[in-house]
Design a protein around this ligand. Structure first.
Ligand code: CA
Length: 232
């Protein structure tokens, strides 16, 4: 089964260029030209990856990406922007996009980024929507969770951090990796922010937050998440 890629772009010439090149590389491509059609396809086609233009006739790519993430869409999203404004990049990543490319772009660069995002995705386990952790659980689509503090709703950042750990089980995640994945390129959060959020997850999901069995600190390297507590 070829990997499927959704393209959301209203400019015919740009869309055709992207579609032809992706098809040439062997991907199955679904092309749409509006916010509404793109959103429908994200939900119904479950693409492996989506390429989303910011300027669409009936909305913008930021809102589309956020809406898709809010609806539980986890596939990598690459945003296209006509502006090379750093603020746009931050905004795109904050909305839940994984990468962005400024128009006009070199098609070989687009293809390279698509491959990189798909590779990254392939290395990640797709967690089930209701993720069980010992006697606790988290709904990755809504953020509802059963925790030491009872049933509650995780904040957006807590949920994104939890989902990142769930996808990257047993891998080493540096604080920089976590900042980039959860906070985007925003300059304000610091390593300390990451530590505070991990402490929060431990309070919620560890039997004993002073002796964590799931959210493990690796000195000088970052964190690693283990679903099953390691014994001995
Ligand atoms: Ca456009």
């Amino acid at each position: 089964m070829p990997e499927s890629i959704l393209v959301v772009e209203d400019e015919t010439l740009v869309r055709d260029l992207i579609v032809l090149n992706l098809e040439h590389m062997g991907y199955a491509v679904v092309a749409t030209d509006s916010f509404a059609a793109g959103y429908r396809a994200l939900l119904l086609e479950s693409p492996s990856l989506a390429i989303v233009d910011i300027m669409l006739p009936d909305g913008d790519g930021f809102a589309l990406t956020r809406k898709a993430r809010d609806s539980g869409v986890l596939c990598p999203i690459l945003m296209l922007t006509a502006r090379s404004d750093a603020a746009d990049k931050v905004r795109g990543l904050d909305c839940g996009a994984d990468d962005y490319l400024t128009k006009p772009f070199d098609v070989t660069e687009l293809l390279a980024r698509v491959r990189a995002l798909l590779r990254r995705q392939a290395g990640q386990k797709t967690p089930p929507v209701r993720y069980e952790l010992g006697r606790f659980w988290v709904r990755l689509d809504t953020g509802q969770a059963l925790t030491n503090e009872g049933e509650l709703s995780l904040s957006d950042k807590e949920l994104r951090l939890f989902t990142l750990f769930a996808k990257q089980e047993d891998r080493v995640l540096s604080r920089a990796d976590i900042l980039e994945e959860v906070w985007g390129m925003d300059a304000f959060p610091t390593d300390r922010t990451v530590d505070n959020f991990v402490l929060r997850l431990r309070k919620l999901f560890e039997e004993d937050s002073d002796s964590p069995q799931h959210f493990i600190t690796l000195r000088g390297r970052g964190y690693s998440f283990r679903r099953v507590p390691h014994t001995g």
